[in-house]
Design a protein around this ligand. Sequence first.
Ligand code: ZN
Length: 68
Amino acid sequence: MLTGICPECDAAVRFSSIPDLGYRVMCPSCRSMLIITSSHPIVLDWAFVEPIDMSIPEDDRGGPIWSG
Ligand SMILES: [Zn+2]
C-alpha cells in the first residue's frame, strides 16, 4: 500500500504507484493541494500555487546617506 500523510489533516493519501517528486495531489479529506517531497517513503508537503520568481533583479540602491 502506497500512502502518504497529509500535513494538514493527517489523513492517509493513497497512490496506485510510486509518485514522482514534485507530483501534485489533492488531499481527499481536506482538499489541500499537496506536493510529493519524497517518494520512498512518500512524504507530502503543502504545494503553494504562487510561482516562485527565481530571477528577481537586484536594485542598485547604494549610495551615501547624508545626515544632518
Ligand atoms: Zn488533508
